[in-house]
Design a binder for this molecule. Structure first.
Ligand SMILES: C[S@@+](CC[C@H](N)C(=O)[O-])C[C@H]1O[C@@H](n2cnc3c(N)ncnc32)[C@H](O)[C@@H]1O
Length: 304
């Protein structure tokens, strides 16, 4: 038998069987299954991935990766990843890729170490909220693998996805294909968002929904590096100019220092400068994700 966790703080708390069933009933099999301060267990379809903070936990901790019997679920594949390390190991099964489901949509997932999985489950309730806003046209900035775009297209909206990573957009296109949505003629622009925004304004395009979900820092490639504290306020103002009356704008920032209060102040300042009336609502949080693990976010909902 494997020894138990040596540090009790490392033992993860699993979500309840009731919540597990509720998520599955909603058609979702990608979610945070358990966590402790040093360990996160993510369910990706039939795979369980353990992500441990450094320093690496001692070997032999695999025992507590077994889901409680009350969940009635066993992972076909288990992967152990220590954050920041280039390698990961399989504790069960093999391979790195899979497909997951969120509601009526499917997304490709790649758990190769050093690769982004391809879906942010912590944005699930924001995707659901976007659906409830019945968008007709979506501008998906920092689109990554286009999860928001796929959702909007499935709801009948046009979608423009902008990201400076060709690989992320190729995975995004594949997600549209997987959901039979290429016929909605989604647009994919491989471009720096900072250059695309003024161009969209010159072209007179407007959108009923905009997602602004930037990284906190990114190397600029051939352009300037991206720093959230410098870029956010002008980007919110630029998005407001592209937002149609009655439209919805999500601003989400994965930065501990930029808490919601600060985001709200920045948003209110931009709204007043652009003379736009809107109400602000907190971004939505999936019930299984603790507040401390969430990005800071607000919805700006135009009221004119
Ligand atoms: C946090 S992810 C966005 C997640 C996405 N909203 C989702 O829910 O799946 C950030 C993305 O921004 C892209 N990126 C970073 N800097 C950029 C820039 N200056 N212009 C365009 N895309 C950029 C990265 O390639 C990455 O895909």
């Amino acid at each position: 038998m494997l020894p138990p966790f040596r540090k009790s703080s490392a033992a993860p708390t699993w979500i309840s069987a009731t919540l597990w069933e509720k998520l599955e009933a909603a058609g979702t099999d990608a979610f945070l299954a358990a966590h402790s301060p040093r360990l996160r267990l993510e369910r990706w379809g039939s795979t369980l991935r353990a992500c441990a903070l450094r320093p690496a936990l001692p070997d032999g901790n695999e025992a507590l990766l077994e889901p409680p019997a009350t969940l009635g679920w066993q992972a076909e594949r288990m992967i152990w990843q220590t954050e920041g390390e280039r390698t990961a190991r399989h504790l069960r099964g093999e391979g790195w890729t899979t497909e997951v489901q969120e509601g009526n949509l499917r997304f490709g997932i790649d758990l190769t170490p050093g690769t982004a999985p391809g879906l942010f489950p912590d944005q699930r309730e924001n995707r659901n909220f976007l659906r409830s806003r019945r968008p007709t046209s979506l501008l998906n900035l920092f689109a990554h693998t286009c999860a928001f775009g796929v959702l909007a297209a499935a709801e009948g909206a046009t979608s423009l996805n902008i990201d400076n990573s060709a690989r992320a957009l190729a995975r995004g296109r594949e997600n549209y294909r997987r959901n039979h949505l290429l016929g909605t003629q989604p647009r994919f622009w491989k471009e720096d968002v900072r250059q695309a925004l003024p161009r969209l304004q010159r072209r007179g395009e407007t959108f009923s929904a905009i997602i602004l979900d930037p990284p906190t820092f990114a190397h600029g490639g051939r352009g300037r590096s991206f720093r959230i504290e410098r870029e956010l306020a002008p980007m919110i103002a630029a998005c407001l100019r592209l937002l149609a009356p009655g439209g919805s704008l999500l601003v989400s920032v994965n930065e501990a220092r930029a808490r919601r209060g600060e985001l709200e102040r920045t948003a209110r300042f931009a709204l007043s400068a652009e003379k736009i009336r809107a109400r602000l609502e907190p971004s939505r949080r999936p019930i299984e994700v603790p507040e401390t693990r969430m990005p800071a976010g607000i919805w700006i909902l135009r009221e004119d």
